[in-house]
Write a protein that binds this ligand. Structure first.
Ligand code: ADP
Ligand code: TYD
Length: 207
C-alpha cells in the first residue's frame, strides 16, 4: 500500500526543475522526512542505459514510436524498482519528470496520438499517479538559454517551435487537472520560486 507522497516537477529544459528539487528535498529532510530524489529518464541502472540511447544526438533517425516506448520502458523500471517501493515504505518521492513529460513532448511536441501514449504509460506504471505536480513555467527562450550546455542532446536540438508546443502542452495539462498541478512562475529568483513550492507542499501535508 502506498503511504508516502509522490511529487513530480515538469517543465521545459532550463525551467529550474533540478534546482528546485534540491531545495525542496533539503527542506523536507530538515523536517525529518525520508526523501528520495530521482529523475526520468535514467533513475535506475537500466534506465541510465535507456537514457543514453534516448539522448544520443547520433540517433537523429529515431522513430517517434520508438521514443515513446523507450521513455515508457525507462518509467516501468523506475516505478517498479525505485518509486513504488519507496512510497510503500512511506518515503517522500520527488521525481524530475514523469508521464506528463511524455504527453507534453511526444503528444504535443511530436504529434503522436494521446491515447497511445496514455495507454502504454498507464500499463507501464500500473496506474501510479503523482499526488502533486509542479509546472515550472518559463518562456521558451529563457529556458533554453538557461539550459545551454556545451553540447545539446537529441531533444534539446529540436526547434524553438517544438519547445513552444511542449510548453503550451504542459499549460493545457495543468489547466485540465488543477487539483494535481501547481503552475509556478519560474522567471523569478530561485528563492521566490522555492518559497512558493514549499508553501504548496506544506499545504498538502496539512501544515
Ligand atoms: P532543469 O532541471 O529544469 O533543466 P535547472 O534547475 O538545471 O533546470 O536550471 C538550469 C539553469 O538555470 C541552471 O544553471 C540553474 O542554476 C539556473 N536557474 C534555475 N532556476 C533559476 C532561477 N529562478 N533564476 C535564474 N537562474 C536559474
Ligand atoms: P534531461 O537532460 O534530463 O533534461 P531536463 O534536465 O530538462 O529534465 O533530458 C531529458 C529530455 O528528455 C528532455 O529534453 C525531455 C525529454 N523527455 C521526453 O521527451 N519524454 C519523456 O517522457 C521524458 C521523461 C523526457
Amino acid at each position: 500500500m502506498k503511504k508516502g507522497l509522490f511529487v513530480t516537477f515538469e517543465g521545459i529544459e532550463g525551467s529550474g526543475k533540478s534546482t528546485q528539487i534540491i531545495q525542496l528535498a533539503d527542506y523536507l529532510k530538515a523536517k525529518g522526512y525520508n526523501v528520495i530524489v530521482t529523475r526520468e529518464p535514467g533513475g535506475t541502472l537500466i534506465g541510465s542505459a535507456i537514457r543514453k540511447i534516448l539522448l544520443n544526438p547520433e540517433f537523429s533517425g529515431m522513430d517517434y514510436h520508438t521514443e515513446v516506448l523507450l521513455y515508457a520502458a525507462d518509467r516501468a523500471q523506475h516505478v517498479g524498482e525505485v518509486i513504488r517501493p519507496a512510497l510503500e515504505n512511506g518515503d517522500m518521492v520527488i521525481s524530475d519528470r514523469y508521464i506528463d513529460s511524455s504527453v507534453a513532448y511526444q503528444h504535443y511536441g511530436r504529434g503522436l496520438p494521446l491515447d497511445f501514449i496514455l495507454d502504454v504509460n498507464e500499463r507501464a506504471v500500473q496506474g501510479l499517479k503523482p499526488d502533486l505536480t509542479f509546472l515550472l513555467s518559463v518562456p521558451v527562450a529563457l529556458g533554453l538559454e538557461r539550459a545551454t550546455k556545451v553540447a545539446a542532446d537529441r531533444i534539446e536540438r529540436e526547434s524553438i517551435k517544438f519547445h513552444t508546443r511542449v510548453e503550451s502542452g504542459f499549460q493545457e495539462l495543468a489547466a485540465n487537472e488543477p487539483s494535481r498541478w501547481r503552475i509556478i512562475d519560474s522567471t523569478r529568483s530561485i528563492d521566490e520560486v522555492r518559497k512558493e513550492v514549499v508553501r504548496a507542499v506544506d499545504a498538502l501535508l496539512g501544515k
